[in-house]
Design a protein around this ligand. Structure first.
Ligand code: 1HE
Length: 267
């Protein structure tokens, strides 16, 4: 039986099921600018482990209050005075959550506003699509705080902006916003109005695709990036073998063949 997600089991995340099996996941510690403490990370591991098996068709990831996420909970980190091994294990829990997001097969649209910094940018870069608004800004202040990224930025933020920009962001504490942030690849969409409304629109659009197609798009592409070209081509053929022959696709193919299906036009 498919597992159920019970929103009442979550405290630092607010979970809402919307129509079309689109779920909204909101980081809900606005008084702490949604800083990621260890309890929040555990809730993310839990939710993103369940979502692919619980019939969730798409997810909007948002932050309550004026900021998306201020990154690692620096106060918890200071108070805990962690050993190297303890912090390593904490980072591995971040990776558990973020890998579940990136490789889980359910489209995740991040609705960004305000600060998307440090671990907040690591979280946002684990989503498949990022939408920013005019308040959104991105930075990796770890270098200035005497820290280093531990939640996958060296991989995912570098993938988004390239190595030279990544190193510059970390060395200089450079802050990206507006058109420049969009141009360097930190967000695929930039809106004048509400990033949340746009993210909902995109999530609903993605939810119209067949789940198996979305699973491949939101899992296989990332896996294949980690493979040699030869292995990726092989894996792509195997995934396409499964996805492109799914019975649920036949009606869509038939609609194209009988000319009732939508044509791809530029506007
Ligand atoms: C926090 C955190 C936090 C806010 N950990 N508590 N991340 C950073 O270096 C970002 C640190 N935060 C900031 O620069 C600012 O807080 C913001 C620009 C995000 C927001 O500014 P503002 O003026 O709206 O809020 P504030 O007054 O700075 O903070 C409000 C409260 O949120 C305050 O708590 P309060 O109990 O005194 O009211 C802050 O302490 C709390 N707060 N940010 C803990 N990050 C796996 S490695 C990842 C490495 C990293 O992520 S490094 C962290 C980078």
């Amino acid at each position: 039986m498919a597992p159920q997600i019970n929103p009442a089991d979550f405290t630092n995340l607010t979970l809402e099921a919307h129509e079309n099996d689109v779920w909204v996941v909101t980081l809900n510690r606005p008084s702490k600018r949604n800083a990621l403490d260890s309890a929040t990370v555990e809730e993310m591991v839990e939710f993103f482990s369940l979502a692919p098996r619980a019939g969730v068709r798409a997810i909007v990831l948002a932050g309550a209050g004026d900021h998306f996420c201020a990154g690692l909970d620096l106060v918890e980190h200071h108070d805990a005075d962690r050993s190297p091994a303890e912090f390593m294990h904490l980072c591995l829990r971040w990776h558990e959550a973020f890998n579940k997001m990136e490789y889980g097969g359910v489209p995740i649209i991040a609705a960004l506003h305000g600060a998307v910094v440090g671990g907040g940018l690591e979280l946002a870069s684990s989503a498949h699509v990022r939408v920013m608004d005019e308040t959104t800004y991105f930075a990796l202040p770890e270098g200035q705080r005497g820290l280093f990224t531990g939640g996958g930025a060296t991989i995912r933020v570098t993938d988004l902006v390239g190595k030279a920009r990544m190193i510059d962001m970390m060395l200089m504490g450079r802050v990206y916003s507006g058109a420049e942030a969009e141009e360097v690849g930190l967000a695929q969409y930039r809106v004048d109005g509400s990033s949340f409304d746009k993210a909902m629109e995109l999530a609903n659009r993605a939810a119209e695709n067949l789940p198996l197609s979305n699973f491949a798009i939101c899992s296989a592409v990332s896996h294949m990036q980690n493979m040699s070209a030869m292995d990726a081509a092989y894996a792509e053929a195997v995934v396409a073998g499964v996805v492109n022959t799914q019975p649920d696709a036949r009606a869509r193919l038939a609609a194209f063949a009988d000319k009732s299906g939508a044509r791809i036009r530029k506007d």
